[in-house]
Design a protein around this ligand. Structure first.
Ligand code: NAD
Length: 796
């Protein structure tokens, strides 16, 4: 009960009168911000937002209780119909539908209808009909009289079935007898008596209630009629439980895009309406358009949409000829529309109180009663119909439909994420919506200018992404620090101190660059960028300690400033901050879980690499094979994570993901080699040049020299490396530096970088993705950039 109270708290605390359904610019916001906006406006909880994100919602075990042979659950998009005003109040109406454009169309028409006050809906009392079929009645007239004679007794007996319903003011109300004669010579069954039990079902859809009552009364009807009762079941032609929606669109509101004259457009809509009223062929499609909106709201609210569909179509044929459910007429005020149909919906019973997403939908719409639900459903039906007729009468609906078709063709041709829109647009404009054309457009798109083709492009993109997103990345980091440690915490202060050393923020921005290349909005990758940056810095804090480096980017390192123990504490904490940042990623849970797993794997690879590095340091004769294994963990892990992790979140096909992962490993090796080279031959902004020699680090140059130098020179180098860093003189570092060049180790390192670049570019899985390959190439060139002057200076 406590949970129930919590779940419904929003319904109690938010005044529905305060809800403004005009959500300007809502569609342009990223989904996470849309949800946050709704949470603030409607008092939705964190759990509600999780449910909407697809992370929670209907569980498999719940589904198992709902249907037989359950295998799982299936997701559907849930959108929000905006701008709707019904009976003088604004409503935000969730719609669940797989078809594009329906939600937008309903929202647009709701905007037109609200100009003259919105939609008015009259809801009839919730009277449902249960039917009993009685056959072989000896005297139909006498049976009818006997039944009607006992009406009070029959109603009392029915009402004894459902005390709860009586308590809320519902119950069986009337008994009506009908006589159905055979329909013709080929009708094999004799006359039948059909009894209608009319039941007020209040806030329920009513099927179970009515069926139970009919079952209970069946033996008594048999007695009273002297016949044989066969069926006892609810009728979905709920013609006593209808909704009537109406609204007017002033001519002024119809003016605008695709419309030269508002009056002509209104007349066009009227003609379209009359066509459907006269012709069942047209009426079927006209009514389908209405049901597009109605069904979407029914599904969002866990309703039996088949019952409403059946009710709608039988009602449309109630006079013996199938016709339109709605009517549009031109009046002095504008275009006036009405829609009437049965609406058997409930806010109790069925799955309405079981399905978690339905609970959230109810909070969003602030629906408390079946009447309210019926009203907003009818209003959406009317709006949907208006939108469809407007499009048909103006530009023709095919244009809209072809847009959807073009998008599907683009996806089939292999377009990813945001490639879909430009490809679909291009093939539509070329009037050639086919897969071959889509593939050609896609090929051009992937090689067109705008793709990153040079290190300069890359630098510019990094700078632009940094300016736009780095503040948000740092915000996420700051939020996690304060969320865990509060404002005044030494741990958080140490983290801020370390992060203030700045740096290229490569790990933070790489995921955003990958997202951009895969045509996914980089905003979604911001928390992931923050996580990668945090992880990278966690390893640096421990690295500085292990290597004994006292200065990083001109600032005292953490261990040197705060002490060894604190540096261990901070490094550890930063690994966990990283995990918390991963939790902030707003992608479906499955992808987030995959990303966390990738993070843990890559982190362990980095640690294994560091562990191997420690072993290599103590080895007298390390091999290049050992070196590459070490680097592929230690350095490549921190490239594979931001690159392949970002790709995993963006969701390209698995082979592209694997391709990026493979390329990232080569890029990581390349990056480490340039770092090794720079340490000896350029100034990296650490405490001094050649610190790797002083530390005894087994860089690629050192390992190559130990393998290839004459034994006496190798022996000398070993001695220098194994000495305490303080005892190594500047002259010895200089001599070692010269030696590494002379024995060809520098040349080998540079050649290896080139080889790694070629391997990255040769990644088979990326062969059809020139844009990704240019990204890889530009990244390799960017990494090699700092050693170009070294290569030129030393004339390699
Ligand atoms: P239900 O029987 O689960 O719940 C209705 C019951 O809730 C009432 O009988 C009453 O006892 C109680 N109740 C408590 N508060 C109430 C209130 N304020 N108003 C009304 N009742 C209240 O649900 P139901 O609506 O009778 O049946 C709906 C289910 O039946 C749906 O799942 C539907 O799919 C299914 N169904 C439909 C058909 C059909 O042909 N339409 C046929 C069979 C089953």
């Amino acid at each position: 009960m406590a949970d129930e109270g919590k779940k419904n708290s929003a319904l109690e605390t938010v005044d529905p009168g305060d809800i403004d359904s005009e959500l300007r610019g809502f569609y342009r916001l990223p989904m996470r911000r849309r949800r946050r906006h709704m949470a603030q406006m409607l008092g939705l909880t964190k759990e509600d937002l999780h449910i909407l994100s697809g992370d929670e919602g209907l569980r498999a075990d719940q589904a198992d209780h709902m249907v037989e042979n359950a295998l799982g659950v299936m997701g559907m998009p849930l959108g929000l119909c905006a701008n709707m005003r019904v009976n003088g109040r604004d409503w935000l109406i969730p719609m669940v539908i797989e078809e594009a454009s329906v939600v937008a169309a309903a929202s647009h028409a709701a905007k037109l209808l609200r100009v003259s006050g919105g939609v008015t809906v009259d809801v009839s009392p919730p009277h449902m009909i249960g039917q009993l079929q009685i056959l072989d009645v000896p005297d139909a007239a006498a049976a009818e009289a006997a039944i009607l004679e006992c009406k009070d007794e029959l109603l009392a007996s029915a009402n004894a079935c459902d005390e709860a319903l009586i308590n809320v003011g519902g119950g069986a109300l009337d008994v009506v007898v009908r006589h159905l004669a055979p329909m013709g010579a080929d009708d094999p069954v004799g006359p039948m008596l059909v009894v209608h039990l009319v039941v007020d079902v209040r806030d329920a859809m009513g099927a179970n209630t009515v069926n139970t009552m009919c079952e209970r009364l069946a033996p008594r009807f048999q007695e009273l009629s002297g016949g044989r009762v066969r069926l006892r079941i609810i009728s979905n032609m709920a013609d006593r439980r209808t909704v009537k929606a109406s609204g007017t669109v002033p001519f002024s509101a119809l003016e605008g895009k695709g419309c030269d004259s508002a009056r002509d457009l209104a007349l066009g809509i009227q003609e379209a309406s009359v066509f459907a009223e006269r012709d069942p062929f047209r009426a079927a499609t006209h009514n389908k358009g209405i049901m597009n909106g109605i069904d979407a709201v029914l599904v969002a609210f866990g309703q039996d949409w088949r019952a409403v569909e059946a009710g709608a179509h039988s009602f449309a044929a109630r006079d013996g000829r199938y016709t339109a459910l709605s009517r549009w007429r031109v009046t002095d005020e504008g275009l006036h529309g009405t829609l009437e149909l049965p609406m058997a919906v409930g806010v109790v019973g069925g799955i309405t109180t079981v399905h978690p997403t339905v609970q959230v939908a109810r909070k969003v719409a602030h629906v408390k009663t079946a009447d309210e639900l019926a009203s907003i459903i009818a209003a959406v039906g009317l709006a949907q119909n208006l939108s469809a007729l407007r499009a048909l009468a103006a530009e023709g609906i095919q244009r809209g439909h072809m847009r959807v078709h073009a998008r599907n063709v683009a996806v089939t041709a292999g377009a990813l994420g945001h490639e879909v829109h430009p490809v679909a647009k291009a093939i539509t404009e070329a009037n050639n919506i086919c897969e071959a054309e889509a593939r050609e457009v896609l090929r051009k798109l992937r090689t067109e200018p705008g793709a990153i083709t040079s290190p300069d492009d890359m630098r510019r993109r990094f700078q632009a992404l940094g300016e736009e997103y780095m503040p948000h990345i740092l915000d996420h980091i700051e939020e996690v620090l304060t969320e865990v440690s509060g404002r005044s915490s030494t741990l958080a202060d140490m983290c801020r101190y370390h992060m203030s050393t700045g740096g290229k923020r490569l790990r933070a921005l790489l995921p955003l660059l990958v997202a951009e290349t895969l045509k996914v909005n980089p905003t979604y990758l911001v928390p992931f960028g923050a996580a990668c940056e945090m992880l990278h810095n966690a390893t640096l804090v421990h690295d500085d300690l292990q290597d004994g480096d006292k200065v990083r980017r001109g600032q005292e390192t953490v261990w040197s400033h705060y002490g060894t123990s604190q540096a261990i504490n901070l490094g550890d904490a930063m690994f966990y901050y990283t995990l918390l940042l991963i939790h902030r990623i707003d992608f479906p849970r499955a992808r987030r879980v995959a990303t966390s797993r990738r993070l843990l794997h890559e982190t362990l690879r980095v640690i294994e690499g560091q562990e191997l590095e420690f072993k290599l340091k103590q080895s007298a004769s390390p091999t290049l094979a050992d070196y590459f294994t070490m680097v592929q963990g230690k350095t490549s892990g921190l490239f594979a994570l931001p690159i392949a992790g970002a790709a995993e979140l963006c969701g390209p096909p698995p082979e592209v993901l694997e391709g990026l992962q493979e390329a990232a490993r080569h890029m990581g090796v390349l990056f480490q080699i340039q770092d090794d080279v720079l340490d000896l031959y350029a100034d990296k902004g650490r405490d001094e040049q050649g610190s790797d020699i002083r530390e005894g680090k087994r860089s690629i140059l050192v390992v190559h020299a130990l393998e290839n130098a004459p034994e006496d020179r190798a022996q000398w180098l070993r001695q220098v490396l194994d000495r305490d860093r303080e005892q190594t003189t500047t002259e010895e570092v200089a001599e070692a530096t010269d030696m590494l060049r002379e024995v060809g180790s520098l040349g080998f390192a540079v050649a290896e970088m080139e080889r790694r670049k070629q391997q990255a570019l040769g990644t088979w899985a990326l062969r059809n993705h020139p844009q990704l390959l240019s990204l890889v190439e530009a990244m390799c060139d960017l990494f090699m950039g700092p050693i170009r002057p070294v290569i030129d200076r030393l004339d390699l």
